[in-house]
Design a protein around this ligand. Structure first.
Ligand SMILES: N[C@@H](CCC(=O)N[C@@H](CS)C(=O)NCC(=O)O)C(=O)O
Length: 239
């Protein structure tokens, strides 16, 4: 297996993407990149991963994605795609095995709308840990987050399904999951106390093979986030 160590400025560019494979530029602890890793795993897509040092990005990476963000996908014909939800939709469209987006335009639109709502929840997964780390009172933020979780919980109650797109995992579940995976790391699990369906969803998600294949242990996450919060992120933490 190729090294998972991150590539930094000055490093030699990796060779071309092998035919029949795709390449993901990633960072081991990035929740957005994890979305793409989940889809690659769930669909069994042949791929390689190049981890990027996000504090000191290689010039050849910035040439591929001028925004300098992971995830970035590259195909064997040199197509480059970035932005996690665009990468994931692209993979679902190109690789027909185990379709993750619904075929009905309305059901697909519903997933996109839910994702749009969820994008307004994501900042809480950053603000609360950062506030706790600097000793601030985050109780008001936690109240707001619980309210948002209440809405997601109601979605599951209304649908009467285990997952957000039905009784099996679909795209929307994988798009939301990486952020929930980190609740334990920041001692935020109690935010799920009043939302039993949502909590059950997190339990069901934890059993999924793609989730198991892409996750780190809580201790590894804690170790990485300690370096991140100290302003000295160690992207190779635990290797
Ligand atoms: N909207 C982007 C967000 C991706 C993102 O923020 N990735 C972070 C790592 S978790 C990144 O690449 N940061 C590098 C930087 O901001 O320079 C997506 O969904 O792909």
């Amino acid at each position: 297996m190729a090294s998972q160590k991150s590539f930094a400025k000055g490093s030699a560019a990796p060779g071309p993407v092998a035919k029949g494979s795709v390449r993901l530029y990633s960072m081991r602890f990035c929740p957005f990149a994890q979305r793409s890793r989940l889809i690659l795993n769930a669909k069994g897509i042949k791929h390689d991963i190049i981890n990027i040092n996000l504090k000191d990005k290689p010039e050849w990476f910035l040439k591929r994605n001028p925004l300098g963000l992971v995830p970035t996908l590259e195909t064997s014909t040199g197509e480059v795609i970035y932005e996690s939800s665009i990468v994931c939709d692209y993979l679902d469209e190109v690789y027909p095995e185990r379709k993750l987006l619904p075929s009905s335009p309305f059901a697909k639109a519903q997933q996109k709308m839910l994702l749009e709502h969820f994008s307004k929840v994501i900042p809480y997964f950053y603000k609360i840990p950062a506030g706790k780390n600097s000793g601030e009172d985050v109780s008001a933020l936690e109240v707001e987050l619980k309210e948002k979780f209440g809405k997601l919980n109601q979605e599951l109650v209304n649908k009467k399904t285990k997952f957000f797109g039905g009784d099996s995992i679909t795209m929307i579940d994988y798009m939301m999951w990486p952020f929930f995976e980190r609740l334990d790391v920041f001692d935020m699990k109690p935010c799920l106390d009043k939302t039993p369906e949502l909590r059950k969803w997190t339990e069901c998600m934890s059993e999924d093979p793609a989730v198991k294949a892409t996750r780190h242990s809580v201790d590894t996450y804690k170790g990485f986030y300690k370096t991140y919060q100290a302003g000295n992120a160690d992207y190779d933490y635990g290797l």
